[in-house]
Design a protein around this ligand. Structure first.
Ligand SMILES: [Zn+2]
Length: 352
């Protein structure tokens, strides 16, 4: 309150915002203190909840007021901060608790999830990317993430026909390829969160030389992966009422659509990877995903979405996605393929 009064006296909106941010941080401070108090049995759970909720509500109001000052027009509701978008110059340090309550709005507590994430769009997060991962882990009953390694792949001189590949075309890449190791980082395209997941104690990683998955609390689902069924963990997750969580990314990285394509009978490919000093054939390799965003309109009614600052999180049940993908491929065998004329895997499916 003192910070707000001091800021209001400043007379300029920009300065007012600076003081409001202090006030917001103070409310976060109260929340972390009350956690400590609960840990040490100074307060019981009821008192803890009252104070924690009050601080959360205060933060929402301050957040909405900051947004209001930035845009000079009021948000729909002062409490509706998750759908309040701040302008691009706005940087607000997100805390674990804010991320946690954002994830909680998606009701994933009793569900295992497969996550795909781009961290950078969150802007400043207290504690960085690990904070986002922990908020997700603490808001769901288990997590798997793709930890794919494309730098293990090699292209042979010859191979099976209609395989969406130009044999003998990648000789330079072949020279740079590295044998798969369980300790190697996931491909950069996959983002930082899967790499942080793999650093967690008691997380595990499957040993597929290209399409490995990392997981926490999901050992039985991960154990279903074989060289022939690389995406089997996604099917196992669906059997456990699993959901997909897309954090700042769209469906073009939604690996679960590949699993559904296979269910729909769509052609799969063969690829090759280095393991030790051998080249291993990897069947069941999926097609191209760059046309996947077209699924959005079909699964919108089943998708929950929350926004926090410029960031967004979407969640939907795997089984619903599987149904939708199979339905639209049945209607149109070319659905979800990309438009690129030189896309070898999409062309292989179109010409088959
Ligand atoms: Zn394509």
């Amino acid at each position: 309150m003192h910070n707000c009064a001091e800021g209001f006296d400043a007379g300029f909106d920009n300065e007012f915002v600076v003081f409001l941010k202090y006030a917001r941080r103070s409310a976060s401070e109260i929340q972390s203190e009350i956690y400590l108090a609960l840990d040490r049995n100074y307060v019981d759970k009821t008192v803890f909840k009252q104070i924690h909720d009050k601080a959360t509500e205060t933060k929402k109001i301050i957040y909405a007021l900051i947004a209001y000052l930035r845009r000079s027009k009021p948000p729909k509701s002062l409490l509706d901060y998750t759908t309040t978008r701040l302008n691009d110059q706005e940087t607000i340090m997100l805390s674990y608790h804010e991320l946690r309550s954002t994830f909680e709005a998606l009701n994933l507590a009793d569900k295992p999830v497969i996550g795909h994430a781009a961290f950078r769009r969150f802007g400043d997060v207290e504690g960085g990317a690990p904070t986002v991962l922990h908020a997700l882990l603490d808001s769901s009953s288990g997590l798997i993430m793709p930890t794919f390694t494309y730098n293990t792949m090699v292209t042979p001189e010859v191979g099976p026909p209609n395989n969406g590949i130009t044999y003998g075309s990648d000789r330079d890449n072949n020279k740079r390829a590295e044998p798969f190791q369980i300790t190697m980082p996931p491909d950069k395209m996959i983002g930082i969160l899967p790499w942080i997941l793999l650093q967690q104690e008691s997380s595990i990683r499957t040993a597929h030389p290209i399409l490995s998955f990392g997981g926490f609390g999901m050992d039985s689902a991960l154990a279903t992966q074989t060289l022939y069924e690389p995406l089997a963990p996604i099917g196992a997750l669906a059997e456990q009422n699993g959901w997909i969580v897309l954090i700042n990314v769209d469906h073009s990285v939604n690996t679960s659509i590949h699993y559904a394509e296979k269910l729909a009978g769509r052609r799969q490919f063969v690829r090759w990877a280095l393991v030790g000093d051998r080249v291993v054939e990897c069947p069941g390799y999926p097609g191209d995903s760059s046309g996947f965003q077209a699924i959005e309109e079909y699964i919108k009614p089943d998708t929950s979405r929350v926004e926090i600052g410029d960031a967004f999180i979407e969640a939907l049940p795997l089984k619903r996605l599987f149904d939708a993908v199979q339905e639209i491929i049945k209607k149109d065998p070319l659905a979800l393929l990309c438009e690129r004329l030189d896309c070898e895997r999409c062309n292989a499916i179109k010409s088959f």
